[in-house]
Design a protein around this ligand. Structure first.
Ligand SMILES: Nc1ncnc2c1ncn2[C@@H]1O[C@H](COP(=O)(O)OP(=O)(O)OP(=O)(O)O)[C@@H](O)[C@H]1O
Ligand SMILES: [Mg+2]
Length: 327
């Protein structure tokens, strides 16, 4: 993708008080009938960071984002963006943020350039400014070769780029991206990560959701993991791994019924069952492996793996497979 110098993407206004969070949610809940989609969440997104919301399908990520950009009011609690109550100041807040939805919201019969012009008018940009920014964004997201084709004729990756370009037309201080890279090929994902990093370096706060743990680990400064409408953990990727598991993982392949025998007399080890694999977390997995070898408790010796613990482990431990341990 893009190899040209970054255009001027510094937001028109930067947060006046960097220490104030850009997004502050207090006791925010959203009820749909009997279902509590968001269950009294407190969340603060600091200025200038890339902040990720993770969670299984239905955890409440999109609902949180929709309340943050004012598409739906909370059933309880308060959402402040730029210090403003979103319910009361929806338009003022919207003028300062950009949103790319889970489903691209573009006019499909129109081209990228025409879509960009529509959003420029919505944001009341003077014509000269909007034409200059459209040029910049076509370069920034490498859209030039596809700029005049109807959006519906573009591949999913190009449509995603158009949607992101549209959300940047007014140089928002806060960019909200709901699953920005879902369904994209690896090269386009890498290129979009680079764009997101550049925007953050230029001062834009980014709030995104993702199902890709590698994306979250590489892109996000901070994360909140949601499960059933609640925040079950938050912090930097490294801190989450440290807090909830340990630095290293030892994977063994053995039947589930053998866990108790393998773990007998092993202390301070957290474990995660993933089908036929038992994963043990320790700061020194090699030493742990030696101990288990001496006791003949490694299961299939050819299937033993020692690796760094990762965010996927934390995610599974907190939202999916049961986490056990005596630590
Ligand atoms: N407009 C709506 N009406 C009724 N229920 C809704 C509505 N929007 C969301 N929900 C419900 O709220 C819960 C949270 O949905 P949400 O879309 O926020 O999840 P999500 O974390 O974004 O999931 P995914 O990863 O699948 O995108 C789900 O149970 C969903 O069915
Ligand atoms: Mg969603």
């Amino acid at each position: 993708m893009l190899r040209r110098p970054m255009p001027s993407l510094v937001p028109d206004r930067l947060a006046e008080h960097d220490s104030d969070p850009i997004v502050a949610c207090e006791g925010v809940a959203k009820r749909y009938g009997d279902r509590l989609a968001v269950d009294h969440i407190d969340l603060a997104v600091p200025a200038g960071l890339c902040f990720g919301l993770l969670g299984p399908n239905g955890a409440g990520k999109t609902t949180m984002l929709r309340m943050i950009y004012g598409a739906t009011p909370p059933s309880a609690g308060i959402v402040r963006v730029f210090g403003l109550d979103v319910t009361q100041h929806t338009r003022r807040v919207r003028m300062r943020l950009g949103v790319t939805l889970q489903e691209n919201a573009l006019v499909e019969v129109l081209s990228a350039v025409e879509n960009l012009r529509i959003f420029a008018r919505y944001h009341r940009l003077p014509r000269v400014t909007s034409e200059r920014r459209i040029e910049e964004l076509l370069d920034f997201l490498e859209l030039r070769s596809h700029a005049t084709l109807p959006v519906r004729a573009l591949s999913g990756g190009f449509q995603r780029r158009v949607a992101i370009a549209v959300s940047l037309i007014h140089r928002p201080e806060l960019l909200i991206l709901d699953e920005p890279t879902t369904g994209l090929d690896p090269a386009v994902r890498l290129a979009l990560w680079e764009r997101i990093r550049e925007l953050r370096s230029a001062g834009t706060t980014v709030l995104l959701t993702t199902h890709y743990m590698d994306e979250a680990q590489r892109l996000c400064d901070r994360l909140a993991i949601l499960s059933a409408g609640r925040v079950v953990a938050d912090g930097s990727p490294a801190a989450l791994i440290r807090q909830h598991l340990a630095a290293q993982a030892l994977e063994l392949t053995l039947p589930a019924g053998e866990d108790a025998r393998v773990l007998a007399e092993i202390r301070d080890v957290r474990t995660l069952r993933m089908g036929r694999r038992l994963v043990l977390f320790a700061d020194d997995a090699t030493a742990l492996l030696e101990t288990l070898r001496e006791r003949g408790r490694t299961g299939d010796p050819s299937a033993v793996v020692v690796r760094p613990a990762n965010l996927e482990d934390v995610f599974l431990a907190l939202t999916g497979t049961a986490l056990e341990g005596d630590a």
